[in-house]
Write a protein that binds this ligand. Structure first.
Ligand code: CUA
Length: 175
C-alpha cells in the first residue's frame, strides 16, 4: 500500500516536473510584438461571466429550501417571554417560573461583555443555549417537557467569577 502510494506520488511529481520544464522551455521563446492578445482576453472575459452566471443559477436554483426563510412567520407566538440579561457575574431574569408545555421565549442579551446563556437539566445535560451579547438580542425558544429546577450557567468565560454566574428557572407542572 505504501509502496503503491509512493509510486503514484513519484509519477505525479514527474508529471508536475514535466509541466514545469515545458513552461520554462516555452518562456525562453520570444513573443513577437505582432501577437494579438485580444482573443485570449475575450475568452477570459467570457469564461469569467460564464462562471458568474453559473454561480448565480446554482445559488438561486438551490436556495429555495433555505430553512430560515419563512421560519419567523410560521413560528407560533410564545406563551411566555423572559428577558435574560447577563452581566458580570449574574443572570438577571425578569421572571423565573414557567409551566411545563409552555412555549417560552428567552430574549438573551448582555449588559457588559459576552456571556453564554445555557439552560441545564440535571448535572450535565444542556437543554438549550444561546450567546448573550451586548447590544444584541438572541431569541431562544424552549418548551420544557419535565418539571424541575433548571440551572442556568454561563458558557462563555467572562472574567474572574464566570464559574459563579448561575441562576435557576423553575418549571412547574401545568394546570
Ligand atoms: Cu458570564 Cu461567563
Amino acid at each position: 500500500m505504501q509502496t503503491a502510494a509512493w509510486m503514484w506520488s513519484l509519477m505525479f511529481m514527474a508529471v508536475i516536473a514535466a509541466v514545469f520544464l515545458w513552461v520554462v522551455a516555452g518562456a525562453s521563446t520570444k513573443v513577437t510584438d505582432k501577437a494579438d492578445p485580444a482573443p485570449a482576453y475575450r475568452w477570459r472575459n467570457r469564461l469569467f461571466w460564464a462562471v458568474i452566471a453559473a454561480g448565480m443559477v446554482l445559488t438561486f436554483g438551490t436556495l429555495w429550501d433555505w430553512p430560515i426563510a419563512g421560519h419567523a412567520a410560521a413560528a407560533p407566538k410564545p406563551d411566555v417571554v423572559i428577558r435574560a440579561v447577563g452581566q458580570q457575574w449574574r443572570w438577571q431574569l425578569d421572571r423565573d417560573t414557567v409551566k411545563v408545555g409552555e412555549l417560552v421565549e428567552f430574549e438573551v442579551t448582555a449588559s457588559d461583555v459576552n456571556h453564554g446563556f445555557a439552560i441545564y437539566h440535571g448535572k450535565n445535560r444542556i437543554v438549550a443555549q444561546a450567546q448573550a451579547m451586548p447590544g444584541y438580542v438572541n431569541k431562544l425558544r424552549v418548551r420544557f417537557t419535565e418539571p424541575g429546577d433548571y440551572e442556568i450557567l454561563c458558557l462563555e468565560y467572562c472574567g474572574l467569577a464566570h464559574h459563579g454566574m448561575r441562576s435557576v428557572i423553575k418549571v412547574r407542572a401545568g394546570s
